[in-house]
Unconditional design. Structure first.
Length: 426
């Protein structure tokens, strides 16, 4: 195990961006260097080798990670992702962002993250189950409903969490649904969890448009990434707020119609074919790079990190960017967007709907008392709108952009918890 983060030598753009934003917030808050140094570090890191037997009898190994950044405000909370590019620096950055995300919406959690360097599309369902259960066994000593609570992330889902919860419960000898969130409802999952991140992105979008004197009805919206987050964000904005979704994309490319896409027809196609590239309806096929540069009122990058960089930030033609993905904008690109007057609702606020409803799920599991979806949606809306209002007010008072204001609020809350708990003596 290791607890040191490189602050200057890192080659990971997301980690470099996160550390730079941390340092900017530390400077603005005039934070004690000792507390700042605690927050620059992770509390615990575990790197494991995960061996499994394949369906044809071979033994293969994968590298897995779990990082806990902070427990100052409560148990660590964060997803587990399966992707070939997962590495320790990415997981560190995501764990740090989770700490800030939980603090930004005032949840009693710290940040964690995990992942396995694997292409899940190359594994059968049985192999994925073996991988998940083996990984769960290996990181079990640092997990727990009062210590570190995993959730789904990229290429993992409620089935992954069901396997993980079952494996950890079997180790404890009793059913422990609070060990994970994002589970199937039948196993203690929360109603409304699947849509939660996308719904939060939609709420953040509407709140920002209202602050700019714009109506969501008829607003032209571009959504990069039509997975879970992008799908729900686009459809909720269209169905509940009357927004015009003019472009969407997945890994195979994008669809564009300046007059608005036929989402019901596209959704039916995706349900059958799973990808957008084979859609032959009323839409122009474009690349993901072209999609990011379309003229629109709102651009919601909901795919993966590092999509808006110094190479394309000067070509963005959106009035507002609402970050549905984690770390879609690099530090250099963010500076360019600020100079150009493009408003950005940062990821740690915009996509916090998922962790908010994960918190609701955890609370329901601890009580063994479960809510209907209407109650979940109402509580999520109230928490998102309140958190947005606090961030926007801080931005106006301090004359800051939204990202700086949200980081300031979040870092301050974590720093206060560290100080009050007595991690250091001032």
């Amino acid at each position: 195990m290791s607890t040191t983060i490189p602050t200057e030598e890192t080659q990971n753009p997301m980690l470099a961006t996160t550390l730079a934003l941390f340092d900017t917030a530390f400077e603005r808050l005039e934070l004690d260097e000792g507390i700042a140094e605690i927050m620059r570090q992770t509390e615990l890191e575990m790197t494991v080798t995960v061996p499994i037997a394949t369906d044809d009898g071979r033994i293969v190994t994968f590298r897995g990670y779990r990082v806990q950044h902070s427990s100052a405000r409560g148990p660590s909370k964060g997803g587990i992702r399966y992707h070939p590019d997962v590495n320790i620096e990415e997981v560190r950055a995501l764990a740090m962002l989770m700490t800030l995300k939980c603090a930004a919406v005032n949840l009693p959690f710290g940040g964690a993250k995990g992942g396995i360097s694997v292409d899940p599309s190359q594994l059968s369902m049985h192999e994925l189950e073996r991988l998940t259960r083996r990984f769960a066994k290996m990181i079990a000593p640092i997990l727990g409903g009062k210590r570190d609570i995993p959730a789904p992330d990229m290429n993992t889902n409620e089935q992954t969490m069901a396997w993980l919860m079952d494996e950890l419960s079997s180790h404890r000898g009793y059913f422990s649904p609070e060990i994970t969130t994002g589970k199937p409802v039948i196993l203690g999952g929360s109603k409304g969890r699947t849509e939660a991140t996308g719904r939060g992105v939609a709420i953040a979008t509407v709140e920002m448009l209202h602050k700019l004197g714009m109506s969501p009805e008829g607003a032209k919206v571009v959504v990069q990434g039509y997975g879970n987050v992008g799908f729900y964000a686009a459809n909720i904005l269209h169905d509940e707020y009357g927004a015009q979704i003019i472009a969407i994309s997945d890994v195979t490319g994008g669809l564009y119609n300046a007059n608005g896409l036929d989402l019901p027809e596209i959704n039916a196609h995706v349900k059958r074919a799973r990808v957008l590239e084979s859609y032959n309806g009323d839409a122009e096929h474009i690349t993901n790079a072209e999609l990011l540069e379309l003229p629109c009122d709102v651009l919601a990058p909901c795919a993966i990190e590092n999509q808006i960089t110094e190479h394309n930030a000067d070509k963005i033609r959106a009035r507002v960017i609402v970050e549905g993905a984690n770390g879609p904008t690099t530090f250099e690109a963010d500076q360019i967007l600020q100079e150009r007057g493009i408003t950005v609702v940062p990821d740690i606020l915009a996509n916090a709907g998922g962790v908010i409803v994960s918190y609701f799920e955890w609370v329901q599991d601890l009580q063994f008392y479960f809510w209907e979806v209407e109650e979940v949606r109402e509580k999520l809306s109230r928490r998102m709108r309140s958190s947005f209002a606090h961030a926007y007010e801080a931005a106006q008072e301090r004359e800051l952009d939204m990202r700086s204001a949200v980081y300031l609020l979040a870092v301050d809350r974590v720093a206060q918890a560290i100080q009050k708990r007595g991690f250091v003596t001032l």
